[in-house]
Design a protein around this ligand. Sequence first.
Ligand SMILES: *Cc1c(COP(=O)(O)O)cnc(C)c1O
Length: 409
Amino acid sequence: MNDNAYYGRYGGAFIPEILRATIKDLERIFDAARSDDTFWPEFSGLMSSYSCRPTPLTFAGNLTGHFSGARIYIKREDLNHTGAHKINNVMGQGLLTRRMGKNRVIAETGAGQHGVATATMAAKFGLDCTIYMSKTDVLRQRPNVFWMERLGARVIPVTSGSRTLKDAINEAMRDWSAHMDTTHYVLGTACGPHPFPAMVTYFQSIIGEEVRTQILKSENQLPSRIYACVGGGSNAMGIFSAFLADDSVELVGVEAGGKGLETGQHAARLCADGARAGVAQGYKTYFLQDADGQMKKTHSIAAGLDYVGVSPILSHLHDTRRVRFTAATDDDVIAAMELAMQKEGIIPALESAHAFALAFKEAPALSGDEIIVINQSGRGDKDIFTIADAFDDPKWKSFIIDHAAQYHA
Ligand SMILES: *Cc1c(COP(=O)(O)O)cnc(C)c1O
């Protein structure tokens, strides 16, 4: 296997023999695109005409005043088309699909956000689209299934195994192996076999590139800290990658602390005690696993952070201590969301609110000359029932129960 497939001890491409040629082809097309001077302008032009890029970097004056510490800026990935950073990666892979001459894309999705983004891209590029989703998630995420179908995608409920995201990934892999001549597998985060972690990071790096330009323009200095939530790691790699060489910029990755690290009900693969590396789903990284190497059940209030693996690039940045990893609990996240809404009038996604929670905890101890940037990976509209439920306001109880029952029926 080639050396650039590894980040320290992590990464690689542990794939069935049958997919080796397809993965090689993808790697070749990606490398060619990356070294073609016209490709990045084509990608960023598409993102500005289709998805509001560059997204704003908003100065959070009220929050800054509230904490009397660092000056707080928020990178607004929530203002992308489809409501999150996921579209950056998906549109990029759409361009590569076209370069490969393929006419069909497949993807797996858990909460449905990546499925909606992929179906959107497929409609825009005129590609046939199939989305694999566990039966459990199909039932839990009715609105997203509705939109995927309206956008022209076929949604296949996966009933095998434990009916979770992992089983949907297996089904997608099976489909890819059977149709690799026509089909590209659009992976949704900076995980999986090489070249996916590098490729997803490359497309998401548009976030950090913009932040760098924007903060130098408005403040003429680099931030001292950048906060991002970490599910698979794509929004974090996207904003961190432009600052990896700047030692003065501390990079903070916030994992899902769930009900508290001590309860075991969380999705903190890197910062919890006993974090261990392993090989699964085509790559080597830290997985949330027990002493026997069995994958553990994850828990998070944010569906997008509820995943057992993490980007191999982040695993390496963890070991080399370039990124500090920490966690925010479900309760911290709800409190941070409330503050962000009431002080700034913005509604972060539950995932993004993990980054807000840590930034809010640490901002007061920093000086007013320092700048911090929070990556708001997405918008919170999708989380209405979870959030309403968490606030536990009797006035809204019947609304939540009635509507959630319809959605989740
Ligand atoms: C999917 C998602 C995430 C988690 O994915 P990463 O690859 O870790 O970025 C975070 N925020 C939002 C809004 C998402 O939709």
